[in-house]
Every structure is written in structure tokens, then in C-alpha cells.
Write a protein that binds this ligand. Structure first.
Ligand code: MTE
Length: 305
């Protein structure tokens, strides 16, 4: 795939993904006599994944994706994460996977970066009524969870973000229950569309987008897609989620994109694609109904919002 080097972001702000590729791959590529130019090398390192976008879904610019963010640990203004998240130290970094699994384990982030990576271009719909299209790089959450051998008690998956007030000035505002937490049902977590993202636009994640690893669940409102994950806990009880704790009548556990169920304070029927002027209709399950509607068969999605 192409690595883009947009003019609008300082090279120091993003680290080439190849920095994290393992040495063996590097040496094999070298042995094969390949040109070690970064673009050519990165093209070998991850493949294209499922995308299935409509003709009018073109990826947003890296500038939009990295300067219009929600990451409340760094403040509640859209510009705050780009301004303040740079100080977050993303090494060393461990992700603990535990709970209802036969083989609990703490993964060093550099081990996770050696999972087979794919580019997935997904629509991203925020509950606030805006949307983007983002070319993520990552691996299916299922690929990680299967390694841990979930037990029959694993009915839900709970996720937690790092809590480090010394580097996260927004935590002092107390807008949410920290650490930021989210949850999925196990079948949602194991769904092939559910991604752990470690990069975007071919490079490692900028801090404001949830470095070094974040969840992406493209058929749900963006707040499900928890950033900077340090713990993944499998459990038999529905996990607490930060937005549900903050406003239970506004943010339910399911959070499926649903133009037919309004937020109590605004309509969800349409959205503004960042960079566009006119609003466009919001699609049921954000347009991923063909892949995910069967997960909710027989459920009342007005009650389970
Ligand atoms: N994760 C953490 N830890 N803290 C947050 O405030 N905001 C959520 C989600 N993940 C949030 C988070 C919300 S509301 C959205 S819309 C998406 O991240 C935004 O992702 P983006 O900034 O990469 O577009």
C-alpha cells in the first residue's frame, strides 16, 4: 500500500510503522535483494483488508483525522487532543488480557505490532452527528482473543484506557468516570470487522487518535472505539461504560448507529461528513448491516440503544 507523507503534519509527529517491524522480516526482505526504500518495504508489511465503501466515501485527510478528535483525557474541545496528547508516553506499554480466559497474558505493545496487519478503510460516525472515513491499520480483535482461549464464561469483553493524570490534563475536569472504559458482547468482539488499530494512513497512530493501540467498531457510534488500551478483560457480566455511567438515558450499552433512534437531545437521522457542507443520511449500522445485522436479530433496538 501507499505510505502518504502529507505536508500538513510534521514528520516528527508520526513515526513510520516500519520502525516497529521485526528485524527478521527486515532481514528477509534484505536477503531477497529488495530495495529498502520505506514505501516499498512497508508495502510488504500489511495487506488490504475488507473495506466495501460506497462511491461517495472517500478517506478524510490526515489533517482532519488528527485535528478533530474526541479524547477527553486531554480536554473536551475537538482541538485539545492534537494540542496536548503529544506528551503521552507510549513506551513502555503493556496490554493485559485476562479474566475468563485459559491463558491470561500481558502483551508488550511491540509484540502486538508484529501481528499480521491489514489496512481497513472504515466509516467512523460520532454520536454527535459528524462522520469521517479513516484508513486504519490494525488486526482483528478476534485474532488476539482466540490466542487467550476464552472460557464459556466469556460473554462480554471490557476495555480500559490508560489512567495517567500527570500526562492527561483533561482528567482533572472530571467529565467522565476514569479510566475511560467500554465494553462489547463477546460475539461483537469476535466479529471480523472489529479491529484493534495500531496505525492510520500507513503510519503508527498519532497520540490523539489513541496511540499505541485502540479499538475500532465501525457499526457503532465512535465512543465505543476506546483509545490507548491497557486492559482487555473477559467477563460473564455486562461491563460498565464511561458514557453510560455519565448519562444512562443518552448512551446505552449497544450504541449501534441507528438513524431511527434519536439521541434524546438531537436527531440521528443525518450526519455531516467532515470536510463537506451538506448533511447526508445516516445509514443503519453505519452501512455495515449486511455484515452485522444478524447479531441483533430478535432484539428491540429501541430498548437496546
Ligand atoms: N477513548 C478514550 N480513552 N477517551 C475518549 O474521550 N472518545 C471516544 C472514542 N474513544 C474517547 C475514546 C469518542 S466520543 C469518539 S467519537 C472517538 O474516540 C473519536 O475517535 P477519533 O478522535 O480518532 O476520531
Amino acid at each position: 500500500m501507499l505510505i502518504r507523507h502529507p505536508e500538513d503534519i510534521a514528520p516528527s509527529e508520526i513515526t513510520p510503522l516500519r520502525t516497529y517491524l521485526n528485524r527478521r522480516q527486515f532481514m528477509l526482505a534484505g536477503a531477497a535483494g529488495l530495495l529498502m526504500a520505506s514505501d516499498a518495504f512497508a508495502a510488504l508489511s500489511f495487506k488490504k483488508g475488507i473495506s466495501a465503501l460506497a462511491a461517495n466515501d472517500k478517506p478524510n485527510s490526515l489533517n482532519d483525522i488528527t485535528h478533530y478528535n474526541n479524547y477527553y483525557e486531554f480536554g473536551s474541545d475537538k482541538a485539545d487532543p492534537a494540542q496536548y496528547a503529544g506528551v503521552l508516553k507510549t513506551r513502555p506499554w503493556n496490554v493485559v488480557v485476562d479474566g475468563a480466559v485459559e491463558k491470561p497474558r500481558a502483551f508488550d505493545i511491540d509484540t502486538l505490532l508484529r501481528m499480521p496487519l491489514e489496512e481497513r478503510i472504515y466509516r467512523h460516525r460520532c454520536v454527535e452527528g459528524w462522520s469521517m472515513v479513516i484508513p486504519w491499520v490494525g488486526f482483528p480483535l478476534a485474532a488476539l482473543l482466540k490466542q487467550m482461549k476464552p472460557t464459556s464464561k466469556a460473554r462480554y469483553v471490557a476495555f480500559e484506557t490508560l489512567s495517567r493524570p500527570s500526562e492527561m490534563p483533561g482528567m482533572a475536569e472530571g467529565l467522565l468516570a476514569w479510566p475511560y472504559r467500554e465494553g462489547l458482547r463477546i460475539d461483537e468482539a469476535m466479529h471480523p470487522l472489529t479491529l484493534l488499530a495500531v496505525g492510520l494512513y500507513g503510519n503508527v497512530l498519532p497520540n490523539q487518535n489513541g496511540a499505541p493501540i485502540r479499538l475500532v467498531v465501525p457499526w457503532k457510534y465512535g465512543f465505543k472505539s476506546i483509545k490507548s488500551i491497557v486492559r482487555i478483560h473477559l467477563t460473564d457480566t455486562p461491563p460498565q461504560t464511561s458514557w453510560n455511567l455519565a448519562a444512562p438515558n443518552e448512551y446505552g450499552f449497544y450504541s449501534n448507529v441507528n438513524p431511527g433512534v434519536d439521541h434524546p437531545r438531537w436527531s440521528q437521522a443525518t450526519e455531516r461528513r467532515i470536510g463537506e457542507f451538506l448533511r447526508r443520511p445516516t445509514l443503519m449500522f453505519n452501512g455495515y448491516g449486511g455484515q452485522v445485522a444478524s447479531l441483533y436479530q430478535g432484539m428491540d433496538l429501541r430498548k437496546n440503544f
